[in-house]
Design a protein around this ligand. Structure first.
Ligand SMILES: Cc1cc2nc3c(=O)[nH]c(=O)nc-3n(C[C@H](O)[C@H](O)[C@H](O)COP(=O)(O)OP(=O)(O)OC[C@H]3O[C@@H](n4cnc5c(N)ncnc54)[C@H](O)[C@@H]3O)c2cc1C
Length: 322
């Protein structure tokens, strides 16, 4: 029997993937949807986001991305568009190739192979965690309670009136410290966690001007005054720093493996380059969300990319039918 060829395949089930699936079915196009295995989900940002305060109408959710995403998928499954959604729950994609006829071949974590005309890649990124005494585990208690934060735009406002630390050693981390200080006028310590500081001249001048405390010793422990509420950071020389909140700024792991398999153009940090509609250097391969190069890494930007990609694909589908 001839293999079914789906119109659109969406890979990744975070903010970008769910919006891409929603927009695709609302455009009345077929959507083959692989939100990822439990292991993929654990590595995603969607899974770790708790309270979303920087977007209207999100405060009631305990898990600010996962909960509304589940609601949305359930709504599609109950709607008149349910027959357009081919959801493969807990399934990820392990490889992606393009046939000579231009179709994408998609191999899943279950070793099944599917075909689609268009792919929207939404596999996201992950923040690099500091390794403390050989493990990233000590961070989680504080990250879950958001006294350890990662994103300046999402959570920068948490520092107001608080003793703040930033873990990182390069200009990117120092810019986080500078922006937090300039916006919220808080005292800042930069913790290089055993690394040498590597700053541009402009950044170095601002770090000196604002008299940031620089601590280069390795971090050996985190203390809380109650569960999740950070109060002290311990260092290997036996010193301690009293802090209320800490930002981690060590860079990102970019999940670009599937884009690389197809030879899509990447920027120097590994993000996938695309035009404004989200189409990559590989025809009919689109990217949305944090994985897309040169974009703000936020829920609402992921939504916007996903809508642009699904609409561009729909335009191509409609043109072919004319
Ligand atoms: C702690 C924290 C707090 C944040 N708070 C906010 C906030 O308050 N407001 C805001 O706007 N933004 C916030 N962000 C940023 C926001 O989480 C991201 O911008 C958003 O999640 C990006 O969505 P995405 O779909 O690109 O990626 P993700 O949400 O990371 O989703 C990636 C998806 O890809 C799937 N996947 C990965 N590999 C595969 C594969 N091979 N096959 C199939 N699926 C795969 C995963 O399962 C996952 O579903 C926060 C981020 C962090 C880390």
């Amino acid at each position: 029997m001839e293999k079914k060829i789906y119109q659109v395949c969406v890979i990744g089930g975070g903010s970008a993937g769910v919006m891409a699936a929603l927009r695709t079915v609302l455009n009345n196009d077929e959507c083959l949807f692989f939100p990822g295995t439990p292991k993929d989900k654990k590595k995603s940002r969607a899974m770790w986001v708790r309270r979303v305060e920087n977007m209207p109408a999100h405060l009631e959710y305990k898990r600010g991305i996962e909960d509304p995403n589940l609601e949305t998928i359930k709504w599609i499954q109950d709607s008149e568009f349910k027959n357009k959604l081919y959801l493969h729950k807990n399934v990820g994609v392990t490889s992606l190739s393009k046939r000579s006829d231009g179709m994408f071949e998609i191999t899943t974590s279950k070793n099944e192979v599917y075909c689609a005309h268009y792919v929207i890649l939404c596999t996201g990124v992950m923040d690099v965690q500091p390794i403390i005494n050989g493990s990233i585990e000590p961070i989680f208690e504080y990250a879950n309670a958001q006294t350890m934060d990662y994103c300046l735009i999402c959570d920068g406002h948490h520092v107001l009136g608080k003793n703040t630390a930033v873990i990182g050693h390069n200009s990117g981390a120092a810019w986080v410290a500078i922006m937090l200080h300039e916006r919220y006028e808080v005292p800042i310590s930069i913790l290089t966690h055993g690394e040498e500081l590597n700053l541009s001249d402009e950044v170095e001048a601002l770090v000196e001007k604002y008299k940031f405390k620089i601590i280069k010793e390795k971090i050996t422990g985190l203390q809380g005054k109650e569960r999740g509420i950070l109060s002290q950071i311990d260092f290997e020389n036996g010193h301690h720093l009293k802090v209320d909140i800490c930002f981690v700024s060590l860079g990102m792991i970019v999940y670009n493996e599937l884009a690389r398999m197809l030879g899509a153009d990447l920027d120097e940090r590994g993000f996938v380059k695309a035009n404004t509609a989200g189409e990559t250097s590989v025809a009919n391969l689109y990217v949305a969300g944090d994985l897309k190069a040169n974009t703000r890494k936020q829920i609402y930007t992921a939504w916007d990319h996903a809508v642009s990609a699904a609409n561009d694909i729909n335009q191509k589908i409609r043109k072919l039918r004319r």
